[in-house]
Design a protein around this ligand. Structure first.
Ligand code: 3HC
Length: 689
């Protein structure tokens, strides 16, 4: 019928079999095939029912995301879905793998659904800045009620087949080993029992109770306001569910289509779709393929039981790998292991882990006071104080202790990995593995490739990253790598802006409204202003130094850039305002009104410029890798796609113009990267590199 859809026969049952690897996305070809198959089955009097079945690893994983943003191709999914539902012969969907988005919508338009127990279904559209646009927002609440429907469409999280059965999404769970045969048997039963054509659109009992009750939706919005902040799609999803409850089906569909169109052509969805593909790109490294051998890692060593070392160790214990943690002093070791235990226990208290799990994981951790105990580890991660001399000493000792072939990694966040590697006779086995605090939670891992790092070692670190649930991004050696290097210009500008006329809360507000979870000054208060500060060496030349000297060291002392109440709510401080005014005066700076736009441009465009330099120098493989670093390590809002994507959305020409204007005003820190100049001159973007 068509290369990816086939219509087969099993007696009076027609099987519409789809095979469009890797995930049976509903591409134009698949959609065409489905319509044609249903048409043929309908026209054939000997066919009594149809089974819709996908081959390979999954039922339809959704619409074909790569088609969004391009000219539409007929037939569109909503029409396909209507066509299935209008079939006069029962259509049974056979679900396995992940029935997601448009895939689940297709299933909901079928008259019956059977699934294997391992199947999952869900509406992940919201993660792409979208809503289910092929009737999902109208059919789902008719099956499960508005509350559950709202939860599913706004979280985007899939549910198990078992839960789907309990909710009424799935009619029957069938034998895992032979889905197709079971689905055909089910279809035969439908025919034999002359069961009706069950159309979800006709159901009413699950939505009737909520009709005319806006408070249900208001309560849901309120309860999730923090989570939804800045995102457009959750609210649009809720409005569609609300329409499903209060309006006739066809009107609800009309609204769904209109809001879907608005989202799919908007900036947020473009950004979130970019992130979807970017997350899958990071694993692709030009000189490394699936065939690149990796080194076995069965046992891990971590040096340092502080916040970082502890968090890093937890990642591996969570993945079932034994970890030896080495500390210099018994008290520090004991404290570190105690913190890990308390962390696990608090997860268990929240019901997200059993006490058995806590013990199992703790049982994988061994404390030690001797580096020699790391001799049998396959991977050793150093996570001590950020000091080159100390790190060099450790690596030279490790070289003598570690077994041949062991990977030696530093968790340094700034330092030169090549210099560290040079302390060993095995620089090809040395690299950086830069975790982000709290290391057991933050998704980002920068894998730092030294000039001599062997590609098998790189491949192993990337694969391990995946194994422990991180998103690993490969970066090269430079001060601060990708993330911290780009943080520097933002920090520099934030500090200058408060001397020139803004207040810390102005800068923070602009960046918070942009979508960051908090601004740089609130962040500094949270981290502690005295990191790297000492009274002996303090020169009292920056606001931070002055605040530390006055024992305003951040949230932990109840005051920093802000005043904090007992619940750690931040309030602008008159005292800080005066400190900053005095400091400006002392430095001979005439303060002026600074617009929000200037704050944003100086903090963010300088990051984009730094990102361009990073690309120019080959420190990152591609611009989307930089976006992934910032989204997963620094709270860059997903709906703005990462700094490099944002730069393109604003227009690289505009970014360049503004940088030039600031360069003329404030000097060389704003000098545009040569790459940025070139791309603008050639009318290209970072994506074209
Ligand atoms: N469209 C196009 N390509 C897709 C796709 C989709 N819906 N889903 C996955 N792919 C591609 C990936 O980009 C990847 O390509 P690559 O190999 O070239 O990098 C390949 O398929 C395999 O994907 P994964 O690496 O993610 O494979 P996993 O096995 O880890 O995960 C999955 C499989 C759970 C299905 C995951 O791919 C996924 O979550 N996909 C997206 C599901 C989704 O968002 N569906 C909703 C789409 S929007 C929609 O349906 C709108 C409708 O309401 C109108």
């Amino acid at each position: 019928m068509n290369p990816v859809v086939e219509l087969r026969r099993d007696g009076e049952i027609a099987v519409l079999a789809v095979n469009s690897p890797p995930v049976n996305a509903l591409s134009a070809q698949v959609r065409e095939g489905i319509v044609e198959g249903i048409r043929q089955a309908g026209a054939d009097a000997s066919v009594k029912a149809v089974v819709l079945h996908c081959e390979g690893r999954t039922f339809f994983a959704g619409a074909d995301i790569s088609e969004f943003g391009k000219p539409p191709k007929q037939p569109m999914l909503p029409e396909v879905v209507d066509f299935i539902e209008a079939s006069t012969k029962p259509v049974v969907a056979a679900l396995h793998g992940t029935a997601l988005g448009g895939g689940l919508e297709t299933a909901l338009a079928c008259h019956y659904r059977v699934a294997v127990p391992s199947a999952k279904c869900g509406f992940p559209e919201v993660k792409l800045g979208l809503l289910p646009g092929a009737g999902g927002t109208q059919r789902l609440p008719r099956l499960v009620g508005p509350e559950r429907a709202m939860e599913m469409v706004t979280s985007g999280s899939p549910i198990s087949a078992k839960a789907a059965k309990e909710m009424g999404i799935v009619d029957e769970l069938v034998d895992e080993s032979d889905l197709l045969a079971s689905a055909i048997a089910f279809a035969r039963k439908v025919v034999a029992e002359n069961r009706p054509l069950k159309r979800v659109r006709d159901l009413d009992d699950k939505i009737a109770a909520a009709r005319g009750k806006p408070e249900i939706f208001e309560a849901f919005r309120k309860a999730n306001a923090r989570k939804f902040r800045g995102f457009q799609a959750p609210e649009y999803n809720i409005r569609c569910i609300e329409a499903a409850v209060n309006r006739p089906f066809d009107e609800g569909i009309k609204l769904e289509r209109q809001l879907f169109q608005e989202l799919v052509s908007g900036e947020q969805s473009a950004a979130q779709r970019h992130v979807f593909f970017a997350e899958r790109q990071v694993w692709k490294i030009p000189d490394i393929s699936d065939d690149t051998p990796t080194l076995p890692v069965k046992k891990v060593g971590v040096i340092g039981a502080g916040t970082m070392g502890g968090g890093i160790s937890m990642n591996f214990a969570n993945a079932g790998l034994p970890v030896t943690i080495v500390e210099a002093k018994p008290e520090a070791l004991e404290r570190g292991l105690g913190v890990i235990r308390r962390n696990y226990e608090s997860t268990a208290k929240k019901g997200r882990m059993s006490m058995d799990d806590v013990e199992r994981r703790m049982g994988l951790l061994t404390g030690s006071l001797k580096l020699e105990d790391l001799a049998d580890c396959d991977l050793i991660i150093e996570a001590v104080f950020e000091n080159m001399a100390i790190k060099k000493e450790i690596f030279s000792k490790l070289d003598a202790i570690a077994k041949p072939g062991a990977i030696l990694a530093s968790n340094t966040s700034y330092l030169n990995v090549n210099e560290i590697a040079a302390m060993t006779k095995r620089p090809e086995h040395v690299l950086g593995m830069h975790f982000f605090s709290p290391a057991n939670i933050m998704r980002l891992l920068e894998v730092v490739r030294g000039e001599k790092t062997d590609k098998r070692v790189v491949a192993t670190a990337m694969q391990l990253g995946r194994q422990i649930g991180k998103i690993a991004v490969l970066v090269g050696v430079c001060h601060g790598f990708v993330g911290n290097r780009m943080l520097e210009p933002r920090q520099r500008e934030a500090n200058r802006l408060i001397l020139e006329g803004a207040m810390p809360w102005d800068v923070d507000r602009v960046l918070y409204e942009f979508g960051f979870p908090m601004g740089p000054f609130a962040m500094a208060d949270l981290a502690g202003l005295d990191i790297g500060w000492s009274r002996e060496t303090s020169k009292g030349e920056t606001a931070r130094e002055i605040l530390c000297e006055q024992d305003r060291r951040g949230q932990k002392t109840g005051a920093g850039f802000y005043d904090y109440d007992e619940n750690r709510n931040a309030k602008p401080s008159k005292l800080v305002e005066q400190i900053i005014l005095d400091l400006s005066a002392r430095k001979g700076i005439t303060r002026r009104e600074i617009s929000d736009q200037e704050i944003l441009e100086r903090c963010v465009y300088t990051m984009i410029n730094e990102g361009a330099k990073i690309l120019e120098e080959g420190i990152a493989i591609r611009s989307s890798d930089i976006d992934i670093v910032w989204i997963n390590g620094y709270g860059w809002p997903v709906y703005r796609g990462g700094p490099m994507f944002y730069g393109e959305q604003v227009g690289l020409g505009k970014v360049l113009d503004r940088l030039r204007a600031y360069e003329a005003q404030y000097g060389a820190d704003f000098k545009p990267a040569a790459l940025l100049e070139r791309l603008v001159a050639e009318g290209k973007g970072f994506r074209d590199l």
